[in-house]
Design a binder for this molecule. Structure first.
Ligand code: GCO
Ligand code: MN
Ligand code: MN
Length: 390
């Protein structure tokens, strides 16, 4: 029998060049792995059964490359993607590594830096479009502060809006067809980053000139760093029609940015997230924005990447099992019945007749308050599905 957890193209698993290419540098220690050339990363992704590769402009093209060098590198990379059947679903821009961005990019106080950030992003969009990407992620890693003495935060938000509006215009003008996916993070590398949560971006998007072109790229670890429930953030984005991309990884709450293999730290959260994505029929890329432990060599990097996909697929199989479990489904419909079932409790839509009817209703408050919910039983059944005994 073939391996039920082997990745397939339709699973749309993607990795960033910076993820499998991560060299294990941290604030306390230098690189432990050799550079992985982009073409080799593509070959490796094909070997392990991934579908796509994502990149920042400078993961591929050095920041100071001359035009001819750029063209040669891009051609070689596009050739490798073609040969190995790997697509480039998403592109992004590095607005955090170079020292020029130490006060931010789109929100920097220096107008010339803001202009340079826009120019760099437009060039990264050209690159992404050339490689076939339709999603452009914007992660403002340096858009933040250590001290709020530097600027008023509402000024930063206005600058961010101007930048995103400008980039939407550019995509329209060039006919790139990009959908922008804004990625929130509460901190690291800045002391605090503006737009700390996915919810903050969902509010911001509605204030843009082209809100229909802009959605979010929630990241598991970024919500969990702040102690938040990532599923709730993803669900809000989905419900708003704004889940354009997703960064899957893992993280213990309250720690530094760990970028662990998907599902390796909080299995239950990962399970609910996979179940949600599968239940609603999310059809976008499943991107793993994580990296191998610093202890690993290249084989360990493959183990890491394979593990991300395999865990996702195992959790998907568990989610299907949960959905098909007669006892769980029985419990759910019993709970629904006890919660009123199909009984019309709220006379809707709001009208004078409906309002008066609702105002005139007498509720058995004490009786309603007494009912047990059976969530303990439901959660235990969930755990048993998850732990493999159901
Ligand atoms: C991080 C971020 C990045 C972004 C990437 C895409 O914590 O460093 O998650 O990995 O996702 O820069 O723009
Ligand atoms: Mn991250
Ligand atoms: Mn990310």
């Amino acid at each position: 029998m073939s391996d039920p957890y082997a990745p397939r193209r339709e699973d749309k698993f993607s990795f960033g060049l910076w993820t499998v290419g991560n060299r294990g540098r941290d604030p306390f220690g230098d690189a432990v792995r050799d550079p992985l050339p982009p073409t080799a990363a593509v070959a490796m992704l094909a070997e392990i059964g991934a579908w796509g590769v994502n990149l920042h402009d400078n993961d591929l093209v050095p920041i100071d490359a001359a035009a001819a060098e750029r063209d040669r590198i891009v051609k070689e990379f596009a050739g490798a993607c073609e040969r190995h059947g790997i697509v480039v679903p998403m592109a992004t821009v590095n607005l955090f590594y170079d020292p020029v961005f130490r006060d931010g990019a789109f929100t920097a106080n220096d107008r010339r830096i803001r202009a340079y950030a826009l120019q760099k992003t437009m060039t990264a969009m050209d690159l992404g479009a050339q490689l076939g990407a339709k999603i452009f992620v914007l992660w403002g890693g340096r858009e933040g502060t250590e001290t709020d003495a530097c600027r008023r935060p509402d000024e930063a938000i206005k600058r961010l809006r101007e930048a995103v509006d400008y980039l939407c215009e550019y995509s329209i003008e060039r006919d790139f067809g990009f959908k922008f996916a804004l990625e929130a993070k509460p901190n690291e590398p800045r002391g605090d980053i503006y737009m700390a949560t996915t919810g903050a971006y969902l509010g911001f998007i509605e204030t843009l000139a082209h809100p229909e072109m802009v959605g979010v790229n929630p990241e598991v670890a970024h919500e969990q760093m702040a102690g938040l429930n990532v599923l709730h953030a993803v669900a809000q984005a989905w419900e708003a029609g704004k889940l354009f991309h997703i960064d899957l990884n893992d993280q213990m709450p309250g720690r530094y940015d760990q970028d662990f293999r998907f599902g390796s730290a909080n299995v239950k959260s990962a399970f609910w997230l996979v179940k949600f994505l599968e239940d609603v029929g999310y059809a976008g890329p499943r991107h793993f924005d994580a990296h191998a432990y610093r202890t690993e060599d290249l084989e360990g990097v493959k183990d890491f990447a394979r593990g991300c996909m395999r865990t996702y697929l195992i959790l998907r199989e568990r989610a299907r099992r949960w959905n098909a479990d007669p006892e769980i489904q029985g419990l759910l419909s019993e709970m629904d019945g006890k919660a009123g079932g199909s009984e019309v409790a709220i006379p809707a839509p709001h009208s004078s007749r409906h309002r008066e009817a609702l105002l005139a209703t007498t509720f058995d408050r004490a009786g309603l308050a007494k009912r047990g919910m059976a969530y303990e039983h439901l959660d235990q059944l969930t755990m048993e599905v998850l732990l493999g005994v159901r």
